[in-house]
Write a protein that binds this ligand. Sequence first.
Ligand code: 6GU
Length: 226
Amino acid sequence: MRIDIITVLPELLESPFNHSIMKRAQTKGLLNVHLHNPRDYTPYKQGQVDDYQFGGGAGMVMMAEPLAILIEKLQGERKYDEVIFMTPDGSLFDQKAANTLSMRENIIIICGHYKGIDERIRQHFVTMEISIGDYVLSGGELAAAVVVDAVGRLIPGVLNDETSALFDSFQDGLLAPPVYTRPADFRGWPVPEILLCGDPKKIDNWRHEESLKRTAERRPGLLKED
Ligand code: 6GU
């Protein structure tokens, strides 16, 4: 899967995909993240990419032309399945959306900044708008990092048996069960005995029960949805 991220702050996204699972996904060639700065494509003077909004009001707006030139350059090189705009008024990102996106071949992600981007880019280029939650971030970059991480780890071959997504919270609509590691007794607080019994079936059942209990307590809404 190839992900092209359009951002005026590429420095913000240089680290998140170069560690741990995202780094391995890229080394294995399963995920390719490319960063592009509209500043490098603007026809305007001094790398201008934003301007005052028509009608007045505080805050700059990202201009259409540098974004359009960059998007069309990329679209001339390969076919994209989605052009995604990261915005707090987009549809809420969840595990289902991550699963769907992980099956795409090539996607573009546009990170908004300032007041946002010229509406005409949203109308004529953007195919999908994503928010990661009901709060406002100062730019789309951190949200894009969240989406790329959630999607990237679902690409077949990225996770191994140990890190398998099958055991994630949400993957089966339930929260994950509690986990423990050595020592079996820490300050007199013991690990649940059943985890030491060596019977995989019993342990699986216990984990499933704990998942249900935890979901009912913390996120009862997840049990009602289908
Ligand atoms: Cl995608 N962008 C911004 N700026 N803020 C957000 C967001 C996105 N999702 C939640 N808040």
